[in-house]
Design a binder for this molecule. Structure first.
Ligand SMILES: C[S@@+](CC[C@H](N)C(=O)[O-])C[C@H]1O[C@@H](n2cnc3c(N)ncnc32)[C@H](O)[C@@H]1O
Length: 267
């Protein structure tokens, strides 16, 4: 099965709307903001620098980068024209950020021209993460920084008991919407093999108790199950309602480790 995040533009408007809501709500979570700010602290926000985000989606991380960039600029790239349209609308009050359609495996930038490359939950959706890292290595200046932050999808969990149907949806999401569930287990080896020097590798906890963090997994997963004739619309709606009920009753529980690697292109 192909991970829909490899070609968002081939999906329908309902799916794109779910993705837009899921990306924006995840980036605003209390557990996610410090994960992002910690790695942004590790970048060099020099005047006039150029920082890129590869696989920016609707741009919530790129907008946080823009807030730090001083007189530098952010170029945020994504292969999905549909997501780039949303990203431009969401950032229309920011002057130091540009959004472009592009692929992380073939960037338009000259070798050694970029100060930082950020990839936030992108490599888990590509068939060959190493190709994007080779491209990041090419465009970075010597001493430039690479950040990879991604979910450890293999260890994601959403539920309160053995056989919980919400966790079945979370597992279905990982099986059908994620290409590299073991990315975080392997990311240091891949980055090192490309020539990066690892500055930091850490794993933080994304706890899902009072957010819509797992609702996107349920909505995307059950939408596909309905389309495949596996379940009916009533069950899809009921599973989303159950998620909201647990959130409102204060009993929702989900967990996802989030790994961050900060690395340097050697001088
Ligand atoms: C889960 S979203 C993450 C978006 C954003 N970084 C965030 O965290 O909110 C994954 C994104 O990777 C993009 N993507 C998929 N394949 C890509 C590739 N080869 N190069 C760059 N981006 C890619 C998708 O279009 C999608 O927007």
């Amino acid at each position: 099965m192909t991970d829909p995040f490899q070609d968002v533009d081939s999906t329908d408007s309902e799916f794109v709307a779910i993705v837009v809501a899921a990306l924006e709500s995840r980036a605003a979570e209390d557990h996610m903001i410090p994960i992002v700010e910690q790695y942004l602290d590790r970048l060099n926000w020099l005047d006039g620098a150029t920082h890129i985000e590869v696989g920016a989606g609707t741009g919530p991380i790129a907008r946080r980068m823009a807030a730090r960039a001083n007189s530098g600029r952010i170029i945020a790239i994504d292969p999905s024209e549909k997501l780039i349209v949303s990203a431009r609308e969401l950032a229309d009050d920011l002057s130091n950020i540009e959004f472009e359609v592009g692929d992380g495996s073939a960037l338009r930038f000259a070798a050694g021209s970029i100060d930082s490359v950020v990839m936030h939950t992108v490599l888990s959706h590509v068939p060959e993460p190493k190709i994007l890292l080779i491209e990041a290595m090419r465009v970075l200046k010597a001493g430039g920084k690479l950040v990879i932050c991604d979910a450890d999808f293999e260890k994601s969990f959403l539920g309160n008991f053995e056989g919980d149907p919400l966790n079945a949806c979370a597992k279905y999401f990982v099986q059908n919407f994620v290409t590299q569930p073991y990315l975080i287990s392997n990311i240091r080896r891949i980055a090192t093999s490309v020539g990066f020097k690892i500055d930091e590798f850490r794993v933080d906890s994304r706890t899902i108790t009072d957010t819509d963090g797992g609702l996107g997994w349920i909505k995307m997963g059950t939408k596909q199950m309905v389309e495949r004739g596996l379940i009916g619309e009533e069950l899809a709606d009921a599973l989303a309602s159950e998620y909201i009920r647990r959130k409102e009753d204060g009993v929702l529980y989900g967990h996802q480790p989030f790994g961050t690697l900060v690395a340097t292109k050697p001088e």
